[in-house]
Ligand binder design. Structure first.
Ligand SMILES: *[C@@H]1O[C@H](CO)[C@@H](O)[C@H](O)[C@H]1NC(C)=O
Ligand SMILES: *[C@@H]1O[C@H](CO)[C@@H](O)[C@H](O)[C@H]1NC(C)=O
Length: 260
């Protein structure tokens, strides 16, 4: 503290010395431009503060929506169910959903005709309501760390849909988890992942996920699939895109269809 105070005066001298234009003016004419500059800066601060305040309020609203819809791609997944049905037909008969809000997704899937569904919640189930608790009790939904092999036999499901969870895995764990998701499915793997720059999880949620999301670009994912011998299913991609454009589906997350 004391040494800082001792340093300050000399710094002030060198600071003003670094603005030769101002120090070359005489005292009187120096004051009014400084005052004018000061007023402009003050005005700018008010403007910036105003616009920041505005966008801050907007971010607050978006956050409120996120809490309602789940801080994730869940709303995309819920909307995508009819589209997935069109793209995969038969592939939707036995679905495993891996991701947050698994109770909501599994109960929606179970309402579909000819679809059986199970869920893996990669994080703790907080605030589970009674219907969610019932899904857990009946074995439809379970909490399981996806860094470890899933507790299912090979080819247990026709389709595996994974949302958000992969965003939190490092390539080292992705190398284990993605092949494991393939292992338990026969007809394909659907991946919902966040777009880079769309950090949707509040800081207070980070503790739950363990680490911040690493949102990767679609070219990163495509390169990753290629390196790991995973192929995108072009037929399904086309059908999915057609069905998406027919309905009013506006995805917030990116979406990949990988062969099992
Ligand atoms: C993941 O697997 C790929 C392909 O086998 C390999 O090139 C890469 O080094 C692995 N990454 C890690 C972090 O283990
Ligand atoms: C693409 O997915 C469809 C629907 O699940 C499946 O019938 C087809 O065999 C897949 N294509 C490849 C090359 O695996």
């Amino acid at each position: 503290m004391a040494s800082r105070r001792a340093i300050n005066p000399s710094r002030r001298v060198s600071d003003s010395g670094s603005i030769p234009l101002v120090s070359s003016l005489n005292q009187k004419s120096r004051n009014s431009p400084l005052l004018a500059v000061g007023l402009v800066v003050l005005g700018a601060f008010f403007l910036i503060g105003y616009s920041l305040g505005g966008s801050g309020g907007f971010a607050g609203n978006k956050e409120a929506i996120n809490i309602v819809q789940g801080v994730s791609c869940t709303s995309d997944v819920l909307q995508a169910i009819p589209i997935l049905k069109k793209a995969y037909n038969d592939g939707m008969r036995k679905v495993l959903y891996v991701g947050p809000d698994s109770c909501a997704v599994v109960s929606k899937l179970l309402k579909e005709e000819d679809t059986e569904a199970w869920g893996v919640e990669p994080y703790d189930l907080e605030d589970a309501d009674n219907s969610c608790k019932s899904l857990v009790r009946r074995g439809f939904v379970r909490v399981s760390d996806i860094k470890f092999p899933l507790p299912y036999r090979p080819n247990s499901f026709s389709l595996v849909v994974v949302s958000d969870s992969l965003d939190y895995l490092s390539p080292k764990y992705l190398n284990k988890t993605l092949p494991d998701l393939s292992r338990v499915s026969t007809d394909g793997l659907v991946i919902f992942a966040g777009y880079p720059g769309h950090q949707r999880v509040k800081v207070s949620e980070l503790a739950k996920f363990g680490r911040p999301a690493k949102l990767r670009s679609s070219s990163w994912w495509r390169r990753y699939f290629l390196q790991n011998g995973l192929e995108e299913n072009e037929t399904v991609v086309k059908k999915y895109e057609q069905a998406s454009s027919k309905s009013s589906y506006k995805p917030r997350c990116q979406n990949f269809h990988v062969n099992s």
